[in-house]
Design a protein around this ligand. Structure first.
Ligand code: TAP
Length: 450
């Protein structure tokens, strides 16, 4: 079985990739288990050195990885370079972890009590197509640092950068079998991660529906699981905000990566007294988003990832939708969708469901309590932004919004050094930040009678 990889910007065939079978998955997992036993015995300083060399190899391949991602995923080249650089940064950051996985010495009667952070063994990482290489690194880098082996299943649409990363790892000295990438169907390879008893943990990023299925499946073996799922984040603009800044940045809070971003601020909540003025400022900002050829250095937004996904996004904007205004997009070939601003009712489908495309809904609100109530009226809780000049209110509202990642007067969500993850149905557990390696360990307590 193979999968054809299509360039979403022009619909040309890039390459074909073999799809792994259940037997292939089992063989990869067995190889990983053998490699892990040796890796766990390697001195921490030597494990750190291997990860630093891996980071250096990625550093030398930033341009190559970025260009692969442009052709495979349609990301604008500037954004793709940032993503490849982020993978390097994540590896570099976690290369310090092998020597910093400290246990504790706990005062007890009758002896010495110490804890150890033991690796889990083999970790299965399942990634989505929207940020293929960055999300992969959030799983494999801290997992390897903590002494585990990783078998990574990329999304069928976008396996190319992950495959190249595995080669770069090998070239940098990552032991054979320790970090493997096996492209294939979620319903085949992903399912096997759930049932194969050698896989001790699954790190899954993708839809809430599949995440729930994996969590339920993992219950059978009490398999560890980290989930990063969907979002419907709010961008709350108060009347006292720098309105020019709030309107100029709002498109980048939602249309980046063509809205295929779990952190997309796809609901803009604007205090009623400045709603009209905000919309006047937002229109030219949306129409100014440069949509087009992802290889053009000036491009800010590329195409959607695939034809089925384009159809799905279109289904949210029927002919009778409350479209306030739209930006521009090329006619085709390619899976293009223009940035679109809607003004639906609060209970409309577009206001509730994750669209995962360049579509944003704008709503007026009456006061702070109303804004918080509506921001929280969602099954999701991943990200969010608050624009206000009153920083006390900024912090107060950030504390009240039920989300894992809030930003005051910006749309920043992801930094390798800070924890990332969701409240409610946006996920379980946290990735990135100083504690991520701990999520790939078991705490063992040892008591020595003296
Ligand atoms: P999904 O359809 O959930 O696919 C994600 C991954 O899971 C793919 O690799 C997929 O494989 C695999 N998969 C599908 N069925 C599976 C099963 N039964 N068992 C195991 N694995 C299975 O999501 P998507 O369409 O790729 O991504 C879009 C969604 O992901 C959006 O809802 C978005 O919000 C969410 N997302 C969330 C985040 C964070 S950080 N919270 C980040 C990115 C995306 P194949 O598709 O290759 O078959």
């Amino acid at each position: 079985m193979t999968h054809t990889i299509v360039n979403p910007a022009d619909e040309t065939v890039v390459t074909t990739v073999a799809a792994a079978s259940i037997e292939d998955a089992d063989a990869a997992i067995a190889r990983a288990a053998r490699a892990q036993r040796e890796w766990a015995a390697v001195a921490p300083a030597d494990r750190a050195r291997v990860l630093r060399r891996f980071a250096d190899a990625v550093d030398g391949a930033v341009e190559e990885l970025a260009r692969i991602e442009v052709r495979n995923s349609g990301h604008p080249i500037g954004q793709a370079r940032w993503e490849a650089g982020h993978v390097r940064d994540v590896l570099e950051y976690y290369s310090a972890a092998p020597e910093r996985l400290f246990g504790r010495q706990i005062p007890v009667a009758g002896g010495l009590d110490v804890t150890f952070q033991e690796p889990l063994g083999v970790v299965g990482v399942i990634t989505p197509w929207n940020f293929p290489m960055t999300i992969a690194s959030w799983g494999f880098a801290p997992a390897l640092a903590a002494g585990n082996a990783v078998v990574l299943k990329p999304a069928e649409w976008t396996p190319l950068t992950s495959l190249r990363l595995a080669e770069l790892g090998l070239e940098a000295g990552v032991p054979e079998g320790l970090f493997q990438v096996i492209p294939g169907r979620g319903s085949v390879v992903g399912e096997r991660f759930i049932t194969n008893e050698t896989v001790r943990k699954i790190v899954f990023t993708g839809s809430t529906e599949v995440g729930k299925h994996i969590m339920a499946g993992c219950a059978d073996q009490v398999k560890r699981v980290t989930l990063e799922l969907g979002g419907k984040s709010a961008n709350i603009v108060f009347a006292d905000a720098d309105l020019e800044k709030a309107a100029a940045t709002a498109p980048y809070g939602v249309f980046e990566n063509a809205g295929q971003d779990c952190c997309a601020r796809s609901r803009i909540l604007v205090e009623r007294s400045v709603y009209e003025r905000f919309m006047e400022l937002l229109e030219p900002a949306v129409q100014g988003v440069r949509v087009g050829d992802p290889m053009d250095e000036a491009t800010e937004m590329g195409p959607l990832v695939s034809a089925p996904h384009l159809d799905r996004v279109r289904s949210f904007v029927p002919d009778d939708a409350d479209v306030a205004f739209r930006g521009a997009a090329p006619a085709g070939p390619g899976y293009w969708f223009a940035p679109t601003v809607l003004t639906p009712a609060r209970d409309a489908r577009t206001a509730r469901e994750e669209i995962f495309g360049p579509v944003v809904s704008v709503f007026p609100f009456d006061d702070e309590a109303d804004a918080v109530r509506f921001a929280n009226a969602s099954e999701y809780g991943l990200s969010g932004s608050i624009f206000t000049r009153d920083l006390s209110r900024g912090i107060r509202v950030a504390r009240a919004v039920e989300s894992g990642n809030l930003s005051v007067n910006s749309h920043s969500s992801v930094r390798y050094a800070t924890p990332f993850g969701g409240f409610k149905q946006s996920g379980l557990g946290r990735e990135l930040g100083p504690d991520a390696p701990l999520a790939f360990t078991e705490t063992k307590n040892v008591f020595l009678a003296v």
